[in-house]
Design a protein around this ligand. Structure first.
Ligand code: F6R
Length: 244
């Protein structure tokens, strides 16, 4: 638990940089699972700063994003492609071909093959060294909403009404928020060698309490993380304020 979002984000960015540098020293690729939303913004800002000021290179980094709305055009302001470019990729030296984000432009019948391929691509490069996560107020990780199975893989899902309400501001009204998304599954996330879940502010305190102290249940998919040996929760004081 950290004093505030800034201190916590700096720590998470440091951990990411350490993985990248360690892999560099072994001449290997670092495979990172990335998240979007408000939560990781300062983490990415720190990574950009380290790239500019400390020469942190992303030449040996491969990334897989957790999710994308469906349908979604990559150049739309609300797309996660746009978000990642603006907050991270446009400001670092990552190779474009090493970036992977679920494709919101697919035809519906193309989605199952795309999802299998996404899983295969992660396996082929040796699996995720680290997956970073935010958490939704429904208890979703990625867009694994209540009802998601612990062994779920990358797939098309329906967004919870609360998730769509929380996204309404970005879309100028809930009615404009896509009903569906393509997301890595809980099972995909679990295969990462290390998982960091971040949460800031009082708004997240009730779901953090349920996730950490509540019964493990598909009703709150993030509670599955209680079963992982490789997960760290990085919280600010406010998000941790309801923990006993
Ligand atoms: C984003 C994602 C979501 C968000 C969650 C929290 O890629 O997978 O699970 O992490 O909805 O969103 P923010 O950070 O905006 O509160």
């Amino acid at each position: 638990v950290y004093k505030n979002e800034s201190e916590a984000s700096r720590e998470v960015a440091l951990q990411i940089a350490n993985i990248i540098r360690e892999k560099q020293s072994e001449n290997k690729m670092a495979v990172l699972g990335l998240a979007t939303g408000a939560t990781p913004v300062e983490v990415y800002a720190n990574l950009v700063r380290m790239h500019r000021e400390e020469g942190l290179s992303f030449q040996n980094v491969i990334t897989f994003n957790l999710d994308e709305y469906y349908p979604m055009q990559p150049d739309a302001r609300q797309s996660y492609v746009y978000f990642m470019d603006e907050n991270l990729f446009n400001h670092i030296d990552i190779k474009r071909e090493n970036i992977h984000i679920p494709d919101g432009t697919l035809k519906k019948e193309e989605i199952p093959d795309f999802c299998l391929d996404y899983e295969n691509k992660i396996s082929t490069v040796g699996g995720l060294d680290l997956q970073i996560l935010g958490i939704g107020r429904t208890g979703h990780i990625g867009f694994n909403e209540p009802g998601s199975a612990p062994n779920s893989g990358t797939r098309l899902v329906t967004l919870d009404d609360l998730t769509r309400r929380d996204a309404a501001r970005d879309f100028g009204g809930k009615e404009n928020v896509p009903v569906k998304a393509i997301t890595m599954g809980v099972g995909t996330i679990f295969k990462a060698r290390k998982i960091i879940l971040m949460a800031w502010s009082k708004k997240k305190a009730p779901i953090i309490k349920k996730t950490v102290e509540g019964e493990i249940s598909g009703k709150v998919p993030a509670t599955y993380l209680q079963l992982s040996e490789n997960v760290n929760f990085v919280l600010d004081k406010d998000a941790a304020s309801e923990l006993t």
